[in-house]
Design a protein around this ligand. Structure first.
Ligand SMILES: Cc1cc2nc3c(=O)[nH]c(=O)nc-3n(C[C@H](O)[C@H](O)[C@H](O)COP(=O)(O)OP(=O)(O)OC[C@H]3O[C@@H](n4cnc5c(N)ncnc54)[C@H](O)[C@@H]3O)c2cc1C
Length: 410
């Protein structure tokens, strides 16, 4: 009987468990979980603060998931050391686990910026885990002013989550625009205006130089007083177990299309892994939930002796802030088709007869069709792209394609 160990207990770990079980119903699965919670959907922590969900509805898999998959979870245990020669993982508690095949699914850790006086700030939070959200909630009150450092996805999701729970929210970022890693200037301005309309204040191109009690002194010289501070400047992939064991890492743990690392019988998946972006050919950490699951599943199948590859990974984001939706995917390279309407902005990027990426703010209906074009590498001259770029629908695809993708008569 094969002995599988998975480090981490997020979407990638669930994928790995289900991948293993799709091939091997007998082997022993042990999951090491630093967090003391049944697996939950991390993006929902802002909805929890908004009161739109609760812990029960946040579960990523039903309560009996581990039991049904015969996976033993060691809750509240942290892996401290990996010995790939002895095929052994040592926990912080001192316990050692041996494995035949290991999946590292350790996700990432919020980066806390080194700012003068930060250590002395009380009511300081990150926004990554269920415990973080609950701790933040305890510090909020209707009179509180909140300062969020970071106008990326996590900072803005946090702002949205606490909007009705405090008096004032200020978001600052060294970048000159919101969501700077996925949006260009015009699109970011549209999103910023929408969020300002909700009452969120922004200080962009500016950041905190030092803290003095409950006052943040900005680089620009401005002073912002606050009761609660959230740092959301970015995350770092948790690579140290593999790195310290001699495995290859970049920004994440390097994994091939089978999710195998450079260490024998060690796989990596999810936010801790660096894999190939099919739209650019570059190795990247693509920290999104669907990819964490798919990568984990691929790792699990291969760990159990099956054969699965992940060849079509691409960065994607689908987010909405209080009614304004935004979808992005792939690389923004090549020729750009742009459409601006009252409802928003659409930009499609094409190169070598392929759709390579897009940004859409506003009307995101059926934008998934564009994602499929990228993922399937559909040659644009095989369909009526002139129609499709204005309005995503299946009509511009040839009948054969529609039959293949949808089945039956269409
Ligand atoms: C606020 C927020 C909003 C988000 N919104 C979206 C969204 O809208 N769409 C989207 O696609 N993605 C979103 N994401 C990202 C998404 O949540 C992640 O991509 C996904 O959760 C990654 O899954 P994972 O299993 O790789 O890592 P994680 O879910 O982070 O799980 C890793 C687990 O490993 C544990 N761990 C780490 N080290 C050890 C160790 N040494 N021993 C034991 N356990 C360890 C960690 O404690 C953690 O529980 C969001 C993230 C946040 C924080």
């Amino acid at each position: 009987m094969k002995n599988y160990v998975i480090i981490g207990n997020g979407a990638a770990a669930v994928g790995a468990i289900e991948g293993i079980r799709s091939v091997d119903s007998e082997g022993r699965i042990t999951v090491i979980s630093a967090e003391n919670h049944h697996v939950y959907s991390r993006p929902l922590i802002s909805y929890l603060l908004e009161g739109r969900t609760d812990e029960k509805r946040m579960l990523y898999r039903p309560e009996d998931f581990y039991e049904k998959n015969r996976a033993e979870v060691l809750f509240g245990e942290k892996a401290a050391k990996l010995d790939p020669k002895a095929k052994k993982v040592t926990l912080e508690s001192g316990r050692a686990l041996s494995y035949d095949s290991l999946c590292v699914a350790t996700g990432s850790t919020p980066f806390v910026p080194p700012i003068d006086g930060l250590e002395s700030v009380k009511n300081r939070h990150s926004f990554m885990t269920l415990d973080d959200a609950e701790a933040l909630e305890r510090d909020l009150d209707p009179e509180a002013s909140v300062l969020i450092i970071g106008a990326g996805l996590i900072g803005l999701k946090c702002a949205e989550g606490i909007l009705s729970r405090c008096k004032k929210i200020t978001v600052c970022d060294l970048a000159p625009r919101v969501l700077s890693s996925i949006l260009d200037g015009d699109c970011a301005a549209l999103m910023q205006a929408h969020l300002e309309g909700l009452g969120i204040e922004f200080l962009l191109g500016d950041t905190v130089e030092k803290f003095s009690g409950k006052t943040a002194v900005m680089k620009s010289g401005k002073e912002v007083s606050f009761d609660v501070l959230v740092t959301a400047v970015g995350v770092r992939a948790n690579v140290s177990l593999v790195k310290d064991a001699g495995g290859e890492v970049g920004r994440g743990i390097l994994a091939d299309s089978k999710m195998k690392t450079s260490l024998d019988d060690v796989y990596a998946a999810g936010d801790c892994a660096e894999i190939t972006d099919m739209t650019s050919g570059e190795k990247k950490v693509m920290a999104i939930m669907p990819l964490a699951y798919i990568g984990g599943h691929c790792a699990g199948v291969n760990m159990a002796g099956g054969d699965e590859s992940l060849e079509n990974a691409l960065p994607m984001n689908s987010i909405g802030f209080a009614g304004l939706h935004c979808m992005t995917a792939g690389s923004y390279v090549g020729e750009c088709f742009e459409e601006k309407t009252e409802r928003g902005i659409k930009r499609l990027y094409t190169k070598d007869n392929l759709l390579k990426g897009f940004i859409i703010i506003g009307d995101v209906d059926r934008a998934g069709i564009y994602t499929s074009l990228i993922r399937n590498k559909t040659p644009l001259d095989s369909l009526d792209f002139e129609i499709l770029k204005k309005s995503p629908s299946l009509a511009p695809f040839g009948k054969a394609y529609r039959l293949e993708k949808l089945g039956g008569e269409v």
